[in-house]
Write a protein that binds this ligand. Structure first.
Ligand SMILES: CC(C)(COP(=O)(O)OP(=O)(O)OC[C@H]1O[C@@H](n2cnc3c(N)ncnc32)[C@H](O)[C@@H]1OP(=O)(O)O)[C@@H](O)C(=O)NCCC(=O)NCCS
Length: 160
């Protein structure tokens, strides 16, 4: 660890701090240079970033029903804005086994995409397994691609 760490104190920010906001703007401007997605200007980044202590989210449960009204599939969409812009996650996607391979997931994901576009979501993600070709196909058809960013996850397994 560099010696500079000896004189550093880490504390949680309370209220507003323009120096912190400035660091987050610099981070965003620096990082976007490494990706091909549309780049923002400094002003656009400043306007988008709204640092706040709390934020709320929304659950949208999109349900596919057959002609008898029975639920045969569900897509659970989560929307939230931590202060960096509205984000979305397709948290769950399920079609009852007897209704599979008939385009139900495709319809559900299409509706989810309509919601994301209508709400001007800035970033959306979904998790699945490489060995789940139907889910991968449904997400790819809707425009999701494998990320060129490194995604690292953590589980509290060793802490137990
Ligand atoms: C994944 C799941 C939601 C797909 O539902 P579905 O209604 O059968 O899917 P669809 O019929 O709409 O097909 C979606 C795409 O997958 C393809 N597909 C369907 N079944 C497939 C299979 N067994 N193997 C490969 N591709 C398949 C379709 O051709 C379609 O591709 P396209 O959009 O390029 O035309 C469903 O299998 C399921 O509920 N699985 C268990 C839960 C699960 O794995 N959820 C996803 C977790 S992230």
């Amino acid at each position: 660890m560099p010696a500079v760490a000896d004189s550093i104190n880490v504390e949680e920010m309370t209220g507003e701090d323009p120096e912190v906001a400035a660091m987050l703007v610099e981070l965003t401007l620096d990082e976007q240079e490494h990706y091909t997605h549309p780049h923002e200007t400094r002003d656009q980044v400043r306007r988008r970033l709204r640092i706040q202590a709390t934020f709320s989210g929304e659950n949208h449960l999109l349900v596919a029903r057959n002609s008898q009204g029975a639920a045969i599939g569900v897509c659970w969409v989560v929307l939230f804005d931590p202060g960096t812009g509205l984000e979305g996650e397709l948290a769950e996607l399920y079609v009852r086994p007897e209704a599979r391979a008939g385009g139900v997931a495709r319809m559900l994901v299409a509706q989810a995409m309509e919601l994301l576009r209508r709400r001007h979501v800035t970033f959306a993600s979904v998790w699945t397994r490489d060995a789940n070709p139907a889910a991968l196909a449904a997400y790819r058809s809707a425009g999701f691609t494998v990320s060129d960013q490194a995604v690292l996850t953590w589980l509290p397994i060793d802490d137990a």
